[in-house]
Design a protein. Sequence first.
Length: 173
Amino acid sequence: MGVLPVTLSALLAATLLTSGAGKMVSPRGLAAALGELTGSRQPPVVLIRAVAAVEIALAALAASAQEHPLTLLIAALLGAAFALVGVMGRLRASSLPCGCFGRSGSRSFGGWNVLAGAAVLAWALVPALRATEHDQAVQLLALNVAVAVPVWANRRYLTVFVRGTIARERTET
């Protein structure tokens, strides 16, 4: 299998890992946005964290090239759900930040959610987009991408953590 499907699977894994981890840490933004979108009560935080756990599990399966029918079904359902929420957000003029990656941002549900959902759905339904077998060098590339993208996306938080750790070490000596 070529480098492109492995890279696509790794990017999907990285995005799902970033999204799932963000929701695990900070689920309330998404809960509030979904409450506004549906016009009813906010979903419980436990439900948001359950979806986050599914995203993280799918990230691991995508990075390890698992093509089990259940993996593909979960990916298709998540992709369809992301797209549906985006369409609903666009139609209902959603205004709250979506909280899709855990933290509040400026984007509400809309076009980006539809595109993300379509990408996940395409990965699940089009075999040529998925990595199924590859050599060790390509696997190493995929794992590096799957780790590097979330680190880059959260570099602002990592910088604060590293600076705080270095400052504590200096004061202790």
